[in-house]
Design a protein. Structure first.
Length: 382
C-alpha cells in the first residue's frame, strides 16, 4: 500500500517534511506554543489566499468549510444563487436548502464552465439574493470556473460571493481580495499537499456584517466563535483542534511559500498542459470543453469497450498507480488524473507509461510511447 502512487484529485502524496512535522509532540491547544503555531499557520493561509483578511482553520474536510460558509450567512427564506456545474456545486446547493435557503440554481452542463453573461442575467433578476456560490475548480468534471470575471460582476451587487477553492488553491490563481471574493474556502489535501482532515476559510467585512446581523443555527462551525477565540492572545480555536494536522498545515504552507506561489501555480499549469497533450497523443478524448479545463486535474473519457474496473483496476493492482473514476452519472464513463500538490514530471511519466501498458493490454490501439513522448515534449517547452 505504501508503494501506491496517488494520482487522484486528492488526497495527494504528502511530502516527507510534512509527515515528519506530524510526529512532533502534542502540546496544550490552549497554551502559548500552540497559539504561536496557529497564528503563524493562519497568517500563511491568508498569504496563500492572497488576502488581508484573517483566515481560520477547521478540523474537518473541505465540506466542513462549505457548511461553515452557508450556515453562517443563510437564514430561512434567503435567496441563494447556486452555480451547479458538477457534484460539488450540487453540494453547495444542498447545503443552502438544509439551512432553509431558497436555492436559485444556475445549471451548467457538466464539462463546461459557467458563462459570466449568464451570471449577470441571473443577478439582474435576483439582485436581492443573499449570496452566490460557485466552485472554482469543479473536480468532478475537471472544469475551472471564471471567478475573476464573475467577481467583477458581483462588485455591482450587495450579494455575497462565496467561492470554494478546495481543489485549486495553491495550484491555480486565486486572489481573494483582487477578485472580490467575500467568502473563500479550501482544504488541506489537494494542491497544498497536506493530509486530509483540515479546511480553511477567510472572509471580508461585508461577510462579517451579514454574520453579525443574526444568530446562526450552528454551534461547532460558528464563525463568530472562531473570531472570538482567534482574537485571544495567544490565538485559539473555539474547540479542540487537530494539533498534529496543524503542524502538517504549517509545514505544507511553508513549502508552498518557499517554492513561491507564482512558481507553484506555473508548475501546476505545466503539468496540466502535459497531461492533456499526453492523453490526446494516445487518441483519448478529454471530457471538459476546451478553454474550460482545470489546471489541477484532467478528466478523460473512457475508451470504448474498456470498463472502469479494467482500466483503473489494472493501474492499481498491477502497476500500483491510483487514478480516479467518474462521479454520479459520469461513473464508468470517465477517469480522472490528478496533477496537483507535489506531482510533477516524474510522477506523470510513471503514470502515462503504465497507462500505455494498460491500454495495450486491454486492446486499445495507439502508437506506443506517444503519450510519454508528448508529455516530455510539453515539459521541454517550459
Amino acid at each position: 500500500m505504501e508503494d501506491t502512487l496517488l494520482m487522484i484529485p486528492g488526497p495527494t502524496t504528502v511530502p516527507k517534511r510534512v509527515l515528519d512535522a506530524m510526529a512532533q509532540p502534542i502540546v496544550n491547544h490552549r497554551g502559548p506554543v500552540y497559539g504561536e503555531i496557529l497564528k503563524e499557520t493562519t497568517a500563511m493561509m491568508s498569504e496563500v489566499f492572497q488576502t488581508d483578511n484573517d483566515s481560520y482553520l477547521l478540523t474537518g474536510s473541505g465540506t466542513s468549510a462549505m457548511e461553515t460558509a452557508i450556515a453562517n450567512i443563510v437564514e430561512k427564506g434567503d435567496k441563494v444563487i447556486n452555480v451547479v456545474s458538477g457534484k460539488f456545486g450540487e453540494r453547495l446547493q444542498q447545503l443552502t436548502e438544509v439551512f432553509g435557503g431558497e436555492s436559485i440554481p444556475v445549471e451548467v452542463p457538466w464539462g463546461q464552465a459557467v458563462d459570466p453573461a449568464e451570471i449577470k442575467r441571473v443577478m439582474e433578476e435576483n439582485d436581492d439574493a443573499k449570496a452566490l456560490t460557485m466552485i472554482h475548480n469543479e473536480s468532478s468534471t475537471a472544469v475551472v470556473n471564471p471567478i475573476k470575471e464573475v467577481g467583477a460582476i458581483m462588485k455591482d451587487y450587495d450579494t455575497l460571493f462565496v467561492v470554494d477553492t478546495v481543489s485549486s488553491l495553491a495550484g491555480d490563481t486565486v486572489k481573494v481580495d483582487d477578485y472580490g471574493l467575500d467568502i473563500c474556502l479550501s482544504g488541506s489535501q489537494k494542491c497544498i499537499a497536506a493530509p486530509p482532515g483540515m479546511a480553511a476559510i477567510t472572509l471580508n467585512d461585508d461577510a462579517w456584517k451579514v454574520i453579525d446581523s443574526f444568530e446562526q443555527p450552528t454551534y461547532y462551525l460558528s464563525l463568530k466563535a472562531m473570531r472570538k477565540s482567534g482574537s485571544k492572545n495567544p490565538p485559539q480555536t473555539p474547540y479542540t483542534p487537530n494539533v498534529s494536522l496543524t503542524y502538517a498545515m504549517n509545514e505544507a504552507l511553508s513549502m508552498v511559500l518557499e517554492e513561491g506561489l507564482d512558481a507553484r501555480i506555473k508548475r501546476h499549469h505545466a503539468g496540466a498542459r502535459a497531461t492533456r497533450a499526453a492523453a490526446e497523443a494516445l487518441g483519448l478524448e478529454l471530457f471538459a470543453r476546451e478553454g474550460d479545463r482545470s489546471n489541477t486535474l484532467t478528466a478523460i473519457k473512457m475508451p470504448e469497450n474498456i470498463t472502469d474496473a479494467e482500466l483503473r483496476g489494472t493501474m492499481r493492482d498491477k502497476y500500483q498507480i491510483e487514478i480516479a473514476g467518474g462521479q454520479d452519472h459520469l461513473k464508468g464513463n470517465v477517469f480522472r488524473i490528478g496533477h496537483m500538490g507535489i506531482t510533477g514530471l516524474q510522477e506523470l511519466s510513471m503514470t502515462f507509461t503504465c497507462l500505455e501498458m494498460t491500454l495495450k493490454e486491454l486492446g486499445f490501439e495507439f502508437e506506443a510511447g506517444a503519450g510519454v513522448s508528448a508529455l516530455q515534449n510539453e515539459y521541454l517547452k517550459n
